[in-house]
Design a protein around this ligand. Sequence first.
Ligand code: SF4
Length: 467
Amino acid sequence: MEIAFVRPVAPFNRYIQNVPLNYIHLAAHLRQRGHKATILDMVVEESTDDVDQYLRSNNVGLVGIGCMTCELPDALAEARRLKENHPGIRIVFGGAHPSADPEECLRSGVVDYVVVGEGELPLAALLDALENGRHPQGILGLWSIENGAVRGNSSAAIPNVEELPMPAYDQLDLNKYFQLDSPWHFPKSKKAVQYVSSRGCPYHCSYCHTIHGKKYRGMSAAKVVDEIERLVIAHGVEELMIVDDIFNFDLERAKDICRGIVDRGLRVHLQFPNGVRGDRFDEELVALMKRAGTHYMAVAIETTSEKYQNLIRKHLKLEKALQTIQWARKYDIEVCGFFMIGFPGETLQEIEQTLDFAVSAPLDTIFISLVSPFKGTVLRTDMMNGRFGDIDASGVAALEQLFPTVHNEAVPIETLQKLQRSAYWRFYLKPRPMLNLGRRMTNWSNVKKVSRAIRRRLAESRISSLN
Ligand code: SF4
């Protein structure tokens, strides 16, 4: 039986036009296990008619759809459409939102199974069961409805990432992706793809997802460099957006990857747009990252308040993060600072302190999110359990929305948005960031990107952290 992974077009992924990283990881593993897995990506080419045509003409018994919270409405709409047009087909959801709330997806009536956490092992077991006519029961990481009750078995992470096959970039027509506007920081080449070299993160920042669990699993530097070499030589890739949860957890591994890229003479640009852990660096790593081709990285600072660093369990050592930013400037790597404002109970003074730091730190770009405690995060549970103070009915109601907000009478959301906008103006009207942006306006793609960023950050200012 074949599985087809379908990526519907959603307002969010209009900006995330890059390879479906989740699907190529899953497809490669399923292929290794002897299953056929196809990727139908409506972001680049497939229309709903093409998808229907493919499903009718092939032995597809299962459709997989991955989504974050912001993609959920479109994922459910596509599942509904597929169920109507292909009554026999079974649908499995996975990704950040379904992992956080499998029940919500299953009770929609159009989702048969939900994979919680990493999908490789549960999907392979599900396909094995369906092919052999067995009821898929007791599969770790797989959730479904049995006799009206939602049942499932926690999650199943890949124990040894060293054994994972190369993600199935070969199943995509990368040239089509190269034509798209990359959503990430101005790549140096259009031939850019995302890449992951490790899974999991042992830190406990409460606003973060836990899809890959709390155990860090990094592929060896040799395997990573082999894969990068293959991407460069066999697929013509010229830039990698490394989107690990925490690329720099193991400093020596990170350095060896950089050394490997340099030693093999691979001409590739690197960027780390998801963020690296700012207080886990030494100068040698920054220097090696530069030599390996890094031109950009994001550092997640979130808040300068020690109280909130503790409350959100991030415990970032701000002085060390600042040192990393200074090293990055020394080695000519651009740095974006990520910040969050609007934690429950956060005072105006605490918020202004974080924003003043954002504006004055030696950063090249900044990104300010309004706190959004998504389903499945510890932050949401902490709020419900009163870690940030008592929560009343209006506070609970605010958390129940698809895009949850924080109810804070002292600093309401309109005030947060004003502060957010004002910080952006203060920052981007400084000579260096302005010059940086000006230097970028050399091609139409960058002009569009900058205009979109200005529109989204200033005109459409709203909750902007994503899960
Ligand atoms: S925010 Fe970064 S450091 Fe914190 S838990 Fe998530 S991946 Fe780890």
